[in-house]
Design a protein around this ligand. Structure first.
Ligand code: HEM
Length: 195
């Protein structure tokens, strides 16, 4: 029997279109595949990821279902890389975060965070090959939903599909997604972990 596929919603198409260049630009500056990338650089990068995800997820609050929390996986990875809980609590946190004012802007932020779990599947494999990291020893963040990655993505797309169709709301969602990429790139740049 053929698998049922749903046509992408207009909002998903607008998000893809609106963030394509941001994704390309950030991907090109992330060091995962650079020859000089070593385990020390990996740990610094993960610390910077934590400094963005922890305050952003706190700000998302109940807009994000608890099961989608990704900060705990980052904490686990940093502990596996020898940071103590006190070290983790003392990590610098990003202050310049995208505004989350309503469901429309929350959806834009979540699109970026949820979409990154798809790219995470590529990074999970690459990091396992390069460093022998994996879930439980330093790279659980990149496979945070494990075998549920596909179903979590589809259920997020269902929520996107139910978003109000008003053009202003849809524009606010795309704008929040672009702002999320921009803030993340700026933060990672400030932490000096990008090439
Ligand atoms: C070197 C780093 C990265 C690589 C190699 C990468 C790779 C990918 C790939 C292969 C996909 C498509 C996956 C699929 O359709 O199954 C994807 C989608 C996506 N990634 Fe990345 N990614 C990276 C970093 C990031 C980062 C840092 C973010 C955001 C914080 C991000 C956000 C997204 C989003 C929002 C999607 C779109 C999902 C969609 O609309 O279908 N990615 N990425």
């Amino acid at each position: 029997m053929p698998t049922r596929t749903t046509a992408p919603s207009p909002l998903l198409l607008a998000l893809r279109e609106g963030t394509r260049d941001c994704h390309k630009a950030l991907e090109a500056r992330l060091p995962f595949f650079s020859p000089a990338f070593d385990s020390t650089a990996y740990r610094r990068l993960l610390q910077a990821y934590y400094g963005f995800h922890a305050p952003l997820e706190a700000r998302l609050g109940s807009y994000q279902e608890a099961r989608r929390a990704k900060t705990p996986a980052l904490s686990l990875d940093l502990q596996a890389l020898n940071l103590s809980s006190a070290d983790i609590d003392a990590l610098p946190l990003c202050q310049a975060l995208p505004a989350i004012e309503d469901e429309a802007s929350a959806l834009g932020v979540m699109y970026v965070l949820e979409g990154s779990t798809l790219g995470g599947q590529v990074l999970k494999k690459a990091m396992a090959e390069r460093f022998d990291f994996g879930p439980g020893n330093g790279a659980s963040f990149f496979d945070v939903y494990g075998e549920l990655t596909g179903s979590y993505w589809r259920s997020f797309l269902e929520r996107l599909g139910q978003a109000p169709a008003a053009p202003a709301a849809q524009a606010a969602t795309v704008q929040a997604a672009v702002a999320t990429f921009a803030c993340f790139e700026q933060w990672l740049g400030q932490r000096d972990v990008l090439s």
